[in-house]
Ligand binder design. Structure first.
Ligand code: CUA
Length: 331
């Protein structure tokens, strides 16, 4: 009885898993772009073709077994084995190969004359995301979140700063490797505004599983607003406490992190110019508020062991709170 309940539980979990994946915005069966809809169709056609081959081979095998011990009717048997066991699977698999190549070509060459190009770089263990500054030659950097407008073809120019990573945003596009010294391109056109999720899909070290990416699809006007806000340098601290936080930031964090408009200009860690307004902290692990920021600064190695930021355990509590309040104020 217990066994049966456990089996039922496992079956229910299997049924629920795709629904949970869909809710988290990370399911290839919940397409949010023209390209991912084509990939979903391809997946179902491959599944159907595979099931058909499996069924015909199974029927052929059962028929052969039932003939065991009877006088050989070689001509019939040969027709059965060659037809059902070789010719039919070969034909179906060839048709599936052709369909896969056609869809693959359609997905990778979509969106010619691309209006929006975004540079994404995989780094141990976060994503650097860079936009060209509208109307100027500068670069706007953010981290672990990709903002795109709906209905506009987007081209991701993907590379890596260290080892091979792989970017997969199942709701938007296929999987693509991020390789050091190479620029791979990924094109998609998101259909409706919403929140999705991406994940590194090439094992790249201890925090590979937490190398996640929040994806925000905006209405085009809202996207333009977001980009204009990101292009502005950080606003000056509004209170003496925040000014103290900024000074501490430049002193302790500026070697690795940049906040445009201050003396902090490090490049090895994420740009934090508008970190207080981000969707999440540490990939997509934590919400952004003064509490999680203080916890992250003091215990980064406990929260995401092995990541390249040390835990700042020597800070006094008032310094830690001032720092966290300052980063949270960077909207
Ligand atoms: Cu980056 Cu796995």
């Amino acid at each position: 009885m217990t066994r049966r309940i456990a089996d039922a539980g496992a079956a229910a979990a299997l049924c629920v898993a795709p629904a949970v994946a869909a809710q988290s915005g990370q399911s290839p069966l919940e397409p949010h772009s023209v390209q991912s809809a084509q990939i979903e169709t391809l997946a179902w056609v491959l599944f159907g073709g595979g099931a058909l081959v499996f069924l015909v081979v199974l029927v052929t095998a059962v028929a052969a077994l039932r003939n065991r011990g009877r006088p050989s009717r070689w001509a019939h048997e040969r027709a059965l084995v060659v037809g059902g066991g070789i010719a039919f699977p070969a034909l179906v698999l060839f048709a599936l190969l052709v369909f896969t190549l056609v869809v693959g070509n359609r997905v990778t060459t979509a969106g010619a004359g691309v209006p929006l190009r975004i540079a994404v770089s995989g780094e141990m263990w976060w994503w650097r995301v860079e936009y060209a500054e509208p109307g100027r030659s500068g670069v706007i950097a953010t981290a672990n979140e990709l903002h795109v407008p709906a209905g506009v073809p987007v081209e991701i120019v993907l590379t890596s700063a260290d080892v091979i990573h792989s970017l997969w945003m199942p709701g938007l596009a296929g999987m693509l490797d991020a390789i050091p010294g190479r620029a791979n391109t990924l094109r998609f056109t998101a259909d409706t505004p919403g929140r999705l999720r991406g994940q590194c899909t090439e094992y790249c070290g201890i925090q590979h599983a937490n190398m996640t990416l929040a994806v925000v699809v905006h209405e085009p006007a809202a996207f333009a607003e977001w980009l204009a806000a990101q292009a502005r340098p950080a606003s000056a601290p509004a209170t003496p406490a925040l000014a103290q936080g900024r000074d501490l930031f430049v002193l302790h964090c500026g070697g690795c992190h940049a906040v445009r408009g201050t003396a902090a200009a490090g490049r090895s860690g994420p740009d934090l110019t508008h970190a207080g307004g981000r969707v999440a902290l540490a990939g997509t692990a934590l919400p952004v508020n003064a509490g999680t920021l203080a916890g992250w600064i003091a215990a980064s190695q406990q929260l995401k062991p092995g990541n390249h930021m040390p835990s700042f355990t020597a800070l006094r509590s008032y310094e830690l709170l001032a720092l966290a309040a300052y980063v949270e104020s960077l909207r």
